[in-house]
Write a protein that binds this ligand. Structure first.
Ligand code: GAL
Length: 657
């Protein structure tokens, strides 16, 4: 179990370093991420490197028994670099330059940036790859953070090359993008631009390809660094830190090239429900690389500095959220950052060692957690404990949020709505791609799978044919990978499986918005009434049985929820998007039908339970104590768990028979 955080010794005089190491030992720190934003200290000028200070701190850490996750330091190029090579600077869609003075001021496609980053990484890896303190490589930092897309000339040139690689000929691109519409026929790749500011909506296929390109451009930077590290003979695991479900980068693709998944997660202490967002993020991290424990690479010890209001964590909350990560597959808890900065943009951001020193609650909690983690027995790796999976697909995310649709949808919140509903019932959930092998699951939920490739449709179909229960929801299976409707209408791939056809979408006026239209779509069924939102689709059952009907509005009496039995399998369709309560009602029905049990039954609403092998972790995220009767052995007390009063943010780890 790793424990530690980002360590930025370059912000401090060297005479503080020995104290840092001593305090780290006191706190039980086992590993630090070193030098993440140290490029300007490591390379004060082109061709001039200064590794003396890094040598000294790595040796000092090593003597103190603290391992190093060595950063490649490429996330914030030094001022000399961007002054000498201004073409390295990224631009927004209006052509405005993102100037230096902050961080992440690099155009991922810039050949100059890649050359300089590559040189720095080569020097670092050459020098340190055999150092016994270095146990992991931390490539860059949060790729795409702040700068979600770059529209610079470097991006323009690289986008053209990317398109030429993909399509071969410009005719093929014209066909795929449907450029006959609005006189967009291109005569050569040199006529194509990133979707810079235009008078009106861009071609949706161009937007979609630009999302793919952007994810790939960032990914190429990662791969470039990874190749350099491996080519130098380094054998340590290589990672880059993720940011949960982050739209600009398709983490499914990235995960395959990461030795270990690492994640930065900052739930808002002001939001009493943010532990659900935490659980969502952690379940995604576990799912990205099944069977391989991931690391919580960054969290805060206490308050943040970048929200409009930055509440402190409650006493015990930092431990509770750390345990949530471990419960959901993490083998390490690290923080941003070790010592709170004295200057700079993040000086108000909490750290393991606060500015107010070791007499603080934060420090006491940090030391206590270090001690607790050191005392934990080795935990089994997660091994697909979940029987339920939710489809989460980046390409679909990009396409779904393209403009000019019947209604504006926020994919992440729609996916989370289902996850939260299941989490609230303490049902364990994985995330999957539709094309994955789904045979280990009993229930798969596919929210708004607007762009569905043939392999995804085949995956879902095979799942149902193999006896699985599948829920497909409104606005699914509408376009191909080029953002084109498929011939012959909607639901062209899944319609036969679902036993329905779809006539029209029926957008609803958002609740509270001005307009005479309908704002919600109530539907009733034997399982209870549900409020639909956003869309109320007009569907026609062919073979499916109707489980629920709209009970008001323009579709009053028309089918809203259907089921089609395919052998032992079932394919459900929901012709609207339920609100939070509706998602609970519907999932409760589906879980009962599929015979899926919660991790532990009958827990109060603020209590979560997650399973990792034979270990179940129970956490009270509420602000009042709860009385529970728990099964199994209390792992930390080595005694039967039984009746316990779980204080706010308290945790129990149980080993179940
Ligand atoms: C992360 C970043 C860290 C630090 C932290 C503050 O996004 O990787 O360097 O800025 O946020 O919460």
């Amino acid at each position: 179990m790793h424990y530690g955080g980002d360590y930025n010794p370059e912000q401090w005089p060297e005479d503080i370093w020995p104290e840092d190491v001593a305090r780290m030992r006191e706190a039980g720190v086992t590993m630090v991420s070193l030098g993440i934003f140290a490029w300007s200290k490591l390379q004060p000028a082109e061709g001039e490197f200064d590794f003396g200070w890094l040598d000294r701190i790595i040796d000092l850490l090593h003597e103190g028994g603290i391992a190093v996750d060595l950063a490649t330091a490429t996330a914030s190029p030094p001022p000399w670099a961007t002054s000498t090579y201004p073409e390295m600077l990224p631009q927004d869609e209006n052509g405005s330059v993102y100037w230096p003075g902050s961080r992440q001021q690099f155009a991922p496609s810039s050949p100059g940036y890649r050359r300089l980053a590559g040189e720095l990484v080569s020097r670092l890896v050459e020098r340190y790859h055999e150092h016994p303190a270095v146990v992991m490589w931390h490539v860059n930092n949060e790729y795409g953070c702040h700068l979600n897309a770059d529209y610079s000339d470097a991006a323009r040139d690289a986008f053209r090359v990317w398109l030429a690689d993909k399509y071969g000929t410009v005719d093929a691109l014209n066909e795929a993008w449907g450029t006959a519409f609005w006189s967009q026929l291109y005569g050569s790749f040199a006529e194509i631009f990133p979707p810079r500011k235009a008078p009106y909506s861009h071609n949706p296929a161009q937007l979609l390809d630009f999302h793919r390109f952007t994810s790939d451009a960032l990914f190429e930077c990662y791969l470039m660094e990874k190749r350099i590290i491996r080519a130098a003979g380094a054998t340590q695991p290589i990672t880059t830190n993720f940011m949960g479900a982050f739209k600009p980068a398709d983490y499914w693709r990235w995960a395959a090239e990461m030795d270990v998944i690492t994640d930065d997660c900052y739930p808002d202490p002001n939001d009493p429900q943010s532990f659900r967002a935490g659980a969502f993020q952690r379940d995604l991290m576990r799912s990205l690389k099944p069977g391989v424990p991931w690391l919580l690479m960054e969290q805060s010890s206490n308050a943040l500095s970048w929200r409009p209001t930055n509440a402190p964590k409650s006493p015990g909350q930092m431990r509770a959220l750390s345990m949530q990560a471990i419960a959901r597959g993490a083998d390490g808890i690290l923080f941003f950052q070790w010592r709170q900065s004295r200057s700079g943009s993040e000086k108000f951001h909490s750290a393991m060692l606060p500015h107010a020193g070791t007499r603080t609650r934060t420090w006491r909690e940090i030391v206590a957690l270090g001690d607790e983690l050191a005392g934990l027995p080795a935990l089994p790796a997660s091994s697909q404990e979940a029987r339920v999976a939710i489809v989460l697909d980046w390409e679909n995310w990009w396409a779904l949020e393209n403009p000019d649709h019947p209604v504006v949808l926020d994919y992440l919140s729609l996916v989370q709505n289902w996850h939260f509903a299941l989490h609230q019932q303490n049902v364990q959930v994985d995330f999957v791609r539709a094309s994955a092998d789904l045979s280990g699951y009993q229930l798969v939920i596919a929210p708004q799978l607007y762009l569905l490739r043939a392999d995804g449709a085949a995956g879902l179909t095979a799942f149902v044919e193999g006896g699985g229960h599948l829920l497909v929801t409104a606005f699914s299976d509408l376009v191909d990978e080029d953002e084109r409707f498929r011939p012959e209408g909607y639901l062209t791939q899944l319609g036969p499986l679902l036993g329905i056809w779809l006539e029209d979408f029926g957008a609803l006026v958002a609740p509270g918005a001005a307009g005479a239209g309908q704002s919600t779509a109530p539907l009733g069924s034997p399982l209870g009434s549900v409020t639909g939102t956003f869309l109320a689709e007009e569907i026609h059952p062919i073979e499916a049985v109707v489980l629920g009907e709209f009970t008001a509005g323009r579709l009053d009496g028309r089918p809203a929820f259907t089921r089609n039995d395919v052998g032992a399998g079932r394919a459900y369709y929901l012709a609207t998007i339920p609100d939070a309560a509706g998602a609970v009602t519907i999932t409760a029905h589906l879980l009962a039908e599929a015979g899926i049990e919660p991790v532990l039954p009958g827990l109060p609403i603020t209590v979560e339970a997650a399973r990792r092998g034979d270990v179940v972790t129970v956490i009270n995220h509420g602000d009042t104590p709860v009385d529970l009767v728990l099964p199994g052995t209390d792992l930390q007390r080595d005694a039967p768990a039984g009746a316990v009063t779980l204080a706010p943010f308290d945790v129990r780890l149980l080993r179940l028979p």
